[in-house]
Design a protein around this ligand. Structure first.
Ligand code: ACO
Length: 388
């Protein structure tokens, strides 16, 4: 006997002690700590440590972790010269990221020793450290800009801003409000239990392939418009709507099933996504620096109408993390095609924590779902000339 459960609506595929999510009550915790507390009091690198190691670090542990990550931010020059430069000038940065992540496995062949704990830890540090570099290089390539190398004096988010924005100035100084906003966004995206990309990470890793190949698969899953690509789609949708007065017409089209309201709805949250609430507050801080994003009014009106419309209420469709994050990214001058990349950077901590947890789990085996066969019964082969 087995269970038919397409898209795993009712099936738990693992035991996990990383992220707790109560979608009905809008609760999200990493290792027991509420997401609101972490967003207010922690930093992305501390949260990444917590997610990967299970506990908040002591000062000494945090200093070592920060040093190790900072020490591994550079990528092999061939990654930049041969891989990045080989892509077409208008290649989507997410396509570049997926490919270069997979390529890293060829630079670190020792990573295939997946059961060696010390080796695992080294790859975790490497990957978290190199994600911003790969992401920023992918962006610079797509824009035809010279690559900016990591600045190890800066914070994780500050260094990423440096690699994205630095031009001729000898030292890039990130704006502290934007740096903090990006750091909080990284915290909010660090893990989200068994979502599509994490499931890809676990499923692919269950074959015991190296973590770079598995992370490339996870990033590919994240690229899709129903997952990490949604923040890009939200921006495109808001631009298409164009003005607050067109919102009712757009809602009508959503209700007729012609289009989806991007950034709304979630497989697990049947309540307001707690991350969306935090992002809304961060947006106000960012807009004080960058000026108010004109698309915000359209987003607020969409939210206002949707939250009182029976179509959305009866289906429990609320804004998710992607609804407002795109507006912040756009105000910070990130082009829309970099949005999924901005999601992939912090999610690497979650993917890697889930990868290590899976490798240690004695109950796990190679992922291999069953199917319900719906094809033809046994039939005899007929030579081509005898076929109708
Ligand atoms: N706009 C309009 N209607 C929607 C939306 C939406 N965004 N989301 C769901 N619905 C409707 C469906 O049409 C369906 O209606 P029906 O019962 O009349 O057929 C009902 O709500 C249930 O929807 P499902 O597609 O069955 O829900 P599922 O859990 O499979 O989908 C998903 C979740 C993919 C997130 C969906 O809500 C969606 O497409 N949202 C828009 C894309 C998006 O924002 N994705 C980001 C998710 S968060 C993340 O990955 C970081």
């Amino acid at each position: 006997m087995f269970v038919y459960d397409p898209a795993f609506l009712q099936t738990a595929a693992c035991r996990s002690s990383i992220t707790y999510l109560d979608g009905d009550n809008g609760i999200l915790r990493y290792r027991g700590y509420p997401i609101q507390d972490l967003a207010e009091q922690s930093s992305y690198l501390e949260v990444a440590y917590l997610i990967v190691h299970g506990e908040l670090p002591s000062r000494a542990e945090f200093e070592k972790w920060t040093h190790d990550i900072t020490f591994h931010t550079y990528v092999h020059e061939n990654v930049r010269k041969r891989f990045m430069d080989g892509f077409h000038h208008d290649a989507h940065p997410m396509g570049i990221l997926v490919s270069t992540l997979a390529a890293l496995s060829t630079f670190y062949p020792e990573a295939s020793a997946v059961h060696d704990r010390a080796n695992q830890d080294e790859q975790v540090v490497r990957l978290i450290a190199k994600m911003p570099t790969l992401a920023a290089f992918a962006y610079r390539h797509a824009r035809g800009l010279p690559y900016a190398y990591p600045d190890d004096d800066l914070s994780y988010a500050g260094n990423f801003l440096n690699m994205m924005a630095k031009m001729t100035e000898p030292k890039y100084e990130p704006n502290p409000i934007l740096e903090h906003a990006l750091d909080v966004l990284f915290i909010l995206h660090a893990d989200h239990e068994q979502n599509c990309s994490t499931n890809a990470m676990r499923s692919v890793s269950s074959s015991q392939v190296d973590p770079y190949s598995a992370a490339a698969a996870a990033a590919a899953a994240l690229y899709g418009p129903l997952h990490g690509g949604a923040n890009e789609m939200v921006l495109r949708m808001l631009k298409e709507i164009g003005s607050v007065r067109n919102v009712p017409e757009y809602i009508k089209r959503v209700k007729q099933g012609q289009v989806r309201l991007m950034g709304f709805g979630h497989r697990v949250y049947k309540n307001y996504d707690p991350r969306a609430r935090i992002i809304k507050q961060i947006a106000d801080q960012v807009f004080e620096v960058t000026g108010r994003n004109p698309l915000l009014d359209i987003a607020l009106e969409l939210e206002r109408i949707a939250l009182q419309d029976d179509y959305f209420i009866s289906r429990k469709l609320y804004p998710n993390v992607d609804f407002y994050s795109g507006l912040i990214y756009q105000s910070m001058k990130f082009p829309v095609e970099t949005f999924p990349v901005l999601f992939a950077i912090p999610r690497s901590a979650g993917w890697l924590a889930q990868w290590e947890e899976m490798l240690l789990d004695q109950e796990q085996k190679i992922a291999r779902p069953r199917q319900v066969y719906t094809g033809a019964p046994r039939r005899d082969y007929r030579p081509m000339d005898e076929r109708m």
